[in-house]
Structure formats: structure tokens, C-alpha cells
Design a protein around this ligand. Sequence first.
Ligand SMILES: C[S@@+](CC[C@H](N)C(=O)[O-])C[C@H]1O[C@@H](n2cnc3c(N)ncnc32)[C@H](O)[C@@H]1O
Length: 330
Amino acid sequence: MYRDHLKYLACPSCSGELTIGSKVISDAEFLEDGSLDCVSCGKSFPIVRGVPRFVDTSNYADSFGWEWTTHARTQYDSYTRTTISQDRFFDETRWPRELNGETILEVGCGAGRFTEQAVSTGAMVVSLDYSVAVDANYASHGRLKNSLIVQGDLYAMPLKPERFDRVLCIGVLQHTPAVGRAFAGLPRFLKPGGKLVVDVYAINWKTFFKSYYLLRPITKRIPHEELYAAIRRYVNLMWPLVRLIGKLPSGRLINKSLFVISDYRGRLALSDDLLKEWAILDTFDGLSPQFDRPQFLSTVKRWFAEAGFTDVEVFPGYNGIVGRGTKPVD
Ligand SMILES: C[S@@+](CC[C@H](N)C(=O)[O-])C[C@H]1O[C@@H](n2cnc3c(N)ncnc32)[C@H](O)[C@@H]1O
């Protein structure tokens, strides 16, 4: 992390100021390894491989750490040579393409497919994730002057309150143990008048056709390496059939609900090899998380109302439900 990015951070325990510890490996600008110490409560937090870390190395998001370090760039536009992530980022947020001088907080950044988009706006982007997915994101963005990558917990964010113009939390809330509480913690970090965008899986009729909800109580207990290897073999074996069925009307639904294989044929403009790579990634993503808690549209509307947001829009979209709103100035 860059030394001058310390201004965004605060102690996750007591919100105190942090200082750079005495034993650091760094050059004039960049801290590679060392620690950050709280001047109020005295707690110390390590900086490891350029990333300040405020949580235990192992936690409930370990499956995501495995997933995103294995598929570090699979969903990056710069890897697929598409605009899939760019389209989703700007469609969901409706944010301008140029945000020089602004600050964005990205909560649950994973490998960084949306960090790539956020930094492209010129804004200063702080990307936080609970898992070692931060290492994958760091490999792509960690040395950019407008990027700070942090391993932290959204329930106790190591950040200064009211520091950000925009907060983005997509693909994350359903994977937390208390979804409403996870949402309720986000507005605190927005400046008055700041913009919040979230998305979350929806509960609707399709939920009942998602057979991975039946399998996940078992598969989430399988060690990640074993589960991933089994899914990889299975998808490779089934791929010719999946390819055939995917061409039928409702073929993708059949592939997902009957064979538990995520199939983006006809929906995303990817080559067959990339479709298979995304299928392996997303099948693992469906079967491995500790928590997967879809929500009702009315619940998401209530969250925004309870937070007192204005200009609220909550509607079915992308991951299930998209919600946008503005934090009141008063
Ligand atoms: C499905 S991934 C989405 C990643 C990224 N937003 C994307 O769409 O590619 C969900 C991410 O949420 C993170 N996550 C889950 N619980 C979290 C928490 N309590 N604090 C921060 N991140 C969390 C996971 O580690 C994981 O990387």
C-alpha cells in the first residue's frame, strides 16, 4: 500500500488513527510488509505482500479465497477481451465514466473484475475483501496510485467514516451471515450526498429450480481443492452435452437446474473455451460458499428506507436485485 493511502484507514476495533509500525519493508512511497498500529487501543495489524490485513487468515469466506486466486483474471474484461464487466459496472451503478477527484469504496471486491472498471474512472478506489482474494486483486491493481486493496470484514471495516463519495457492494451481501446487518453497515462510510449501489440474489420462482441449493449443504463441507477438482472433471466430461442442450430453448435453465452447470451460452459473447472456464468458476461459486441467502425485493426496499436514503431505485436486475440510492445530506 502507498504510505499516503493511510488517510483512508482507521482501526476496525475502536476507529482510532493508525500509524505505520517501526518494522516495515518499504521504499519512500510504498509499504510492502510491516504493520499498522492503532494510536488509541494499541492493536497492531500486519501489512503482508503489500496488503494491510485486519482479519484472520482463515474465515468463512475461504472458499472465495480459493475461487478468486484460482480464477484471478477469468472475469476481467482485459482477459476475455469483452465489455461484460464494464457493461455491468456502468449499467448497475449509472455512474459517470470519469470520476477524477472522487473516492469509491468497493466492498467484497473478490479478484477485482469491477476494480478494473472502478479504477478506470480515475477515482481513488479502496477495495476491501474478507478473503485472500485480495492477493489476486493486488496482483492486478495493487501498484496503481489510485488503488488501495485491504483485507477486512464488512462488519468491522478498517476505514474512516464518511470518507467516500460512492460505495459499491455487488455480488456480496447474499454471501454474508446476516445480510440486513451487512447492508446497514455500508451508509456510515458515505459522505452526506454520497451514492450507494448494491445487488443481491433474489428469491423468486427460479429459486426453486436451482438444484445447487439442495446440494450446497453437502458440497460446502467438501475441502475446496477436492470440490474444485471434482467440478472441473465433471464440467469437462459434460461439456459436449451442455453445449448441445444450451442451444435449445430454455437450454441454459436445463443445464443449470438439471446438471448444476452454469451456462452463459447465448447470454455472454464468450468463446467456447471461456464459456467452459466461466462454467467451472461459477459452478464452484454456487456449490462452495458457507452462506447463500437470497432476498425479497421488498426487503431491499426496506433497507434503503430504513437508512433514510433518497432517490432510491430497487428493481430486478443482473445478480437478482439491484438497489441504488443517495445518502441524505442532513
Ligand atoms: C461472489 S464474490 C463477488 C466478488 C466481486 N464483487 C465480483 O462480483 O466479482 C463475494 C465476495 O464477498 C466477499 N465477502 C464475503 N463476506 C465478506 C465480509 N464479511 N467482508 C468483506 N467481504 C466479504 C467474499 O470474500 C467474496 O470475495
